[in-house]
Design a protein around this ligand. Structure first.
Ligand code: ZN
Ligand code: ZN
Ligand code: ZN
Ligand code: ZN
Length: 263
């Protein structure tokens, strides 16, 4: 029996692992933000199949004495006289060391030994689901929609593919990724571009007009950080390389005005 403070810790750890391995929104549609009728249909089909064909619980048992067995995960022998785990969906032919009863994808011990069978191996529910459907990097729900966004080796609900900082929708827009997260061009400049030298470049009326348009669009979003850029004359080379241009110019903010960027 664990001392009571360790029991609390063990319970917290179990809950945390459970949330990761068996997210509620994978288990029941009432925990999903919004499913259309056809997504709901796919959700039900997925959960039925999961229940009938995949879900199981590992059983700890004495190592059978008749013949030597290899652990299905580490491929080392399971010593006689100890314990091992079997999973009924595999019959009694496959055995695991108790410490090897882990998800084939994340390698973590399965909470309460709940496993999901797929491709001759065991998975936590999250990674079982991920082997069948894409998952949204923003809301973490399984994507049942036919259309979704794929970028930076991640997937998103189309409507959840948004700037990581200001939440502006990015579907069909130019964006720049940093650390796997997408940013709208304005936020990217604001947050990550280098500080430029101030200059007093006189602006043409076309420039002023463009500044007003972009300024008005952006006034919906507030930035905590101060402006990083100055009014300048040439379009940044790196902006072109990054494809980070708006109407032919990379637009950045300097005090109240919007300017083209120079490096
Ligand atoms: Zn093993
Ligand atoms: Zn896993
Ligand atoms: Zn989403
Ligand atoms: Zn943004």
């Amino acid at each position: 029996m664990l001392p009571s403070d360790k029991q609390v810790f063990a319970a917290q750890l179990r809950r945390k692992q459970l949330q990761k391995q068996l997210p509620l929104h994978d288990l029941h549609p009432k925990f999903c933000t919004s499913l259309t009728e056809s997504e709901m249909f796919k959700f039900q089909k997925f959960t039925n199949k999961r229940r009938l064909k995949a879900a199981g619980v590992g059983n700890v048992t004495d190592v059978p004495g008749d013949k030597e067995k290899k652990c299905h995960r580490c491929l080392k022998m399971i010593e006689r006289g100890g314990f091992c785990v079997f999973a009924d969906r595999f019959g009694k032919d496959l055995l695991w060391h108790p410490s090897c009863f882990t998800c084939a994808t994340c390698g973590e011990l399965l909470v309460d030994m709940v496993y999901f069978y797929r491709n001759e191996d065991i998975y936590c529910e999250r990674h079982y689901a991920d082997s069948i459907y894409p998952r949204c990097s923003a809301c973490d729900e399984i994507i049942f929609a036919r259309e979704y966004t794929q970028a930076e080796k991640q997937t998103w609900h189309v409507e959840h593919f948004c700037c990581w900082y200001c939440d502006a929708p990015l579907a069909g827009q130019r964006y720049i990724a940093k650390n796997g997260n997408p940013y709208c061009i304005l936020c990217f400049d604001r947050l990550f571009s280098k500080r430029a030298h101030a200059c007093d470049h006189p602006r043409s009326s076309a420039e002023i007009q463009r500044e007003q348009v972009v300024g008005a669009l952006s006034s919906l979003k507030r930035f905590e950080q101060g402006p990083l850029w100055s009014p300048v004359v040439t379009v940044s080379q790196s902006a072109i390389l990054n494809n980070a241009v708006v109407q032919g110019y990379k637009l950045v903010q300097y005090q109240a005005v919007w300017c083209k960027q120079i490096n």
